[in-house]
Ligand binder design. Structure first.
Ligand code: NAD
Length: 341
């Protein structure tokens, strides 16, 4: 467990109380990696940190990383992007589910309208830090940022999306890209998607340009099922998706490499302006813990957490961002108590 920075330090320990209450057979080890540790002794992640995580743990539960005192954000990059890239956690799974109509900004939306999953490619794209500057600082300055798409990377995340659909009783997989203008990368995604789809004849396929997908997410989210897309588009559309489910405080995610140690984190960041005030919503972290427990085979405990969060929403035992009046600790304690019952 790496609570990290800002509100991560509040929501993760509180989510842990709900996990403990669920009776799941899991032990936690806490690591103090984050801005405080970095500012103390310069450690971002210890030298053998990723090997140790992969060797000694079944899953990693992370809060958020990012702190205004570390302007370069180096610790966050090394810890968080390090886990994603160096542990090769290539599928970022972001379920988007509306628990209660009151949480959705769309007029008259009901829970059945918003129930889809975004699978975001997590190890390539424009996040590879490839590119450069030419004539930097002059009026002729030029900047490039390269978008990396490998056959292997594209194929494995598309296959993951189809496997996910199959194992979760989903009927459709949509691939979203911008192949009308990003013809080389988009062309690769298009070809691989069509090839892999042949192995899953029972799953319907769809394609949408990512701009059209944004429109669809707002106008007709009910039509969406499983969406697979690249790293950057996945990053962007899942913030919009988070809004449909009640905001960043409600959104959960897993960074998965099947068969390896995977990492689970709420979608939100460290939210420095609200940190330390006992107002951050812990439900995204509790739903993330539920995802992690399901991944570890603790399906009953996972369901208990999900049910208790749903009860909290219905009974307005929530933080203010989703319409309640409880603090972080009080909301998490209410959920833990409901889980225990
Ligand atoms: N995975 C991560 O660790 C991650 C993700 C995004 C941003 N960050 C980092 O977090 C820092 C802040 O980034 P940001 O402001 O763009 O995004 P953010 O998610 O931290 O906050 C965005 C907005 O959402 C609200 N919010 C977020 N989580 C909430 C919660 N649980 N309860 C209630 N309100 C919540 C915040 O008040 C804020 O208005 C930056 O350093 C950034 O790099 C980290």
């Amino acid at each position: 467990m790496v609570a990290g920075d800002g509100i991560g330090k509040e929501v993760i320990p509180n989510a842990l109380e709900a996990v403990r209450a669920s009776g799941a057979a899991v032990d936690f080890t806490m690591f103090d990696w984050g801005a405080d540790r970095y500012l103390l002794d310069g450690t971002t992640i210890p030298a053998d940190g990723f090997q140790m995580l992969a060797r000694d743990f079944d899953a990693i539960f992370v809060g958020a990383l990012g702190d205004p005192r570390v302007a370069t954000n180096i610790h966050a990059k090394e810890i968080l992007l390090g886990m994603r890239f160096k542990m090769d956690l290539y599928a970022n799974v972001r379920p988007v589910r509306l628990l209660d109509s009151s949480l959705c900004p769309l007029k008259n939306a009901v829970p059945e309208d918003v129930n889809f999953t975004v699978i975001r490619e997590n190890t390539e794209g424009v996040y590879m830090d490839m590119g450069g500057l030419f004539k930097s600082g002059t009026p002729d300055e030029l900047a490039t940022q390269e978008d990396i798409n490998t056959r292997k990377g594209v194929e494995r995340v598309i296959r993951f999306a189809f496997d996910y659909a199959r194992s979760h009783g989903r009927k459709k997989v949509m691939m979203s890209d911008k192949s009308n203008v990003m013809t080389y990368a988009g062309g690769l995604w298009q070809r691989v998607f069509k090839e892999v789809a042949k192995e899953y004849p029972e799953i319907q396929t769809q394609h949408m340009y990512v701009d059209a997908l944004c429109l669809q997410m707002v106008r007709e989210p009910r039509s969406l099922d499983v969406i697979v897309t690249n790293n950057m588009f996945g990053d962007i559309v899942t913030d919009l998706a988070a809004a449909l489910q009640g905001g960043l405080g409600m959104a959960a995610s897993g960074n998965i490499h099947p068969g390896r140690t995977s990492m689970f984190e709420p979608v939100h960041g460290s939210a420095p302006p609200i940190a330390g005030k006992n107002i951050a919503n812990p439900m995204g972290s509790i739903l993330t813990a539920a995802m992690m427990l399901a991944h570890l085979g603790e399906t009953i405990a996972s369901q208990k957490l999900e049910d208790a969060v749903l009860d909290a929403v219905r009974e307005k035992k929530t933080t203010v961002d989703v319409g309640g009046s409880l603090g972080t600790r009080e909301c998490a304690a209410w959920i833990a108590e409901r889980v225990a019952r």
